[in-house]
Design a protein around this ligand. Structure first.
Ligand code: PMP
Length: 439
């Protein structure tokens, strides 16, 4: 066996990373507070992405840290199969009040991917429970990202994530709504594109509504490079799904907890799904946790409609409702609500929009999209190497003290909701300089 130094980077197989390039030029984060990360050599990095869209209240917030510490001493772990602990019931009740309309029952998971796969299974269990065994088809959307479970990649629409893997049968995809010819540099929701929801009618005509269980979309696509829903698009999806008795699932793993200005995108946009997944901001990123909110009718059909006294739904995770995550979640909601962060994101939206659209005219920029405290700056790809320009911008930004995220040639920005106007200016100013210096 070869001896390795304790700090050898090789054994960690890094997720969604070009391992060889990273390990040749590692960029490490050692600590974090509020709006900044710090590198092992003490450089500060302005966090323009809230980690991975999750640290909505900023880093290492004291009430959250203390809640986790306290909980670890009192009850480190407890199963929620056939047992429970107080905080998980409390968190479910809090979320039930936070989620819109009658989305008032909550199933817990350990991540966004698990939340999505749970939501798909709940949709199928509900259809079965009400006697619609044939409603098994699922409909996602091109460019959709719903995590990396086999369910999530099947309904997802990112080809790289599916290539070489088996995916579920009986899945179709709606077209995505990104169109740079029709809607480049739209501010907020584009005026063009609502008619693309009508493609759902085409799939229904092809397969029959009686075979379709659910439609799942991100109300605003994040990981595919920030695709903002056209005005009226989600309303039309809701209308069609309701008319054909098909469930509508919003994957709010990114959009939940203030990101688009409001507790959920559903609330912000006034379109209420039947199921809603969340994760990330649920615990401010501090402890892994995902959740599925469902309408009371769905819980009732599966749980109260079950024939005997046995288990009604054969699904769950060792870490469903983990005590540390539940403690982090409750403390996080206290911070969000106590500091009015959903309103803050909404109020800062116009300033953010103005700031990000000032990048129009900067070198390479071919589109800018924004919603709430999210933005995408799309760059013209280098013809010989798509994605290389944005990756170079990412590296330059990090080395100069700014964290951004890139997918393909899209730069995604999603700072913690505590960002100040001065920090917005700093972020956009620095990015402008970096774009000017990037060939
Ligand atoms: N759904 C959406 C919309 C997401 O953005 C993500 C993560 N970016 C996921 C699901 C998967 O979450 P996780 O990485 O926690 O599994």
């Amino acid at each position: 066996m070869t001896q390795r130094a304790a700090n050898d980077l090789d054994p960690f197989w890094m997720p969604f990373t070009a391992n060889r390039s990273f390990k040749a030029h590692p960029r490490l984060l050692a600590s974090a507070r509020d709006m900044h990360y710090f590198t092992p050599d003490g450089r500060s990095i302005l966090d323009g992405t809230a980690g991975l869209w999750c640290v909505n209240a900023g880093h290492a917030r004291k009430p959250i840290v203390e809640a986790i510490q306290r909980q670890a001493e009192v009850l480190d772990y407890a199963p929620t199969f056939q047992l429970g602990h107080p905080l998980v019931f409390e968190l479910a009740a809090r979320l039930g009040m936070l989620f819109p309309a009658d989305i008032n029952h909550v199933f817990f998971a350990g991540s966004g991917s698990e939340a999505v796969d749970s939501a798909l299974k709940i949709a199928l269990a509900y259809q079965r429970a009400r006697g619609f065994e044939n409603r098994t088809r699922l409909i996602g959307r091109q460019k959709g990202y719903h995590g990396v479970g086999f369910g999530g990649i099947s309904v997802g629409g990112l080809e790289n994530n599916k290539r070489g893997f088996l995916t579920l049968p009986g899945v179709d995809h709606l077209p995505h709504t990104l169109n740079l010819e029709e809607a480049a540099f739209s501010r907020g929701q584009p005026a063009w594109g609502a008619h693309l929801a009508d493609e759902l009618e085409v799939l229904i005509a092809e397969h029959g509504a009686e075979t379709i269980a659910a439609v799942i979309v991100e109300p605003m696509s994040g990981s595919a490079g920030v695709i903002v829903p056209p005005v009226g698009y989600l309303e039309r999806l809701r209308e069609i799904t309701t008319r054909h008795d098909i469930l509508l699932i919003f994957d709010e793993v990114i959009t939940g907890f203030g990101r688009v200005g409001g507790a959920t995108a559903a609330e912000t946009l006034g379109v209420i799904p039947d199921l809603l997944t969340c994760a990330k901001g649920l615990t401010n990123g501090a402890v892994p946790m995902g959740a599925v909110g469902v309408r009371g009718e769905i819980y009732d059909a599966v749980v109260n409609g079950a024939a005997g006294p046995g288990i009604e739904f054969f699904h769950g995770y060792t870490y469903s409702g983990h005590p540390l995550a539940a403690a982090a979640g409750l403390a996080t909601l206290d911070v969000y609500e106590g500091e009015g962060l959903y309103d803050r994101a909404r109020d800062l939206g116009p300033y953010w929009e103005e700031a990000v659209h000032s990048l129009k005219g900067a070198p390479h920029v071919i589109d800018i999209r924004n919603m709430g405290l999210v933005a995408a700056v799309e760059l013209a790809p280098r013809p010989e190497a798509p994605g290389a320009r944005a990756t170079e911008v990412f590296h330059r930004a990090f080395d100069e003290g700014l964290l951004i995220r890139v997918t393909g040639d899209v730069i995604a920005l999603s700072p913690p909701l505590i960002i100040s106007r001065e920090q917005v200016d700093e972020l956009i100013g620095r990015l402008t300089d970096i774009l000017r210096n990037t060939p």
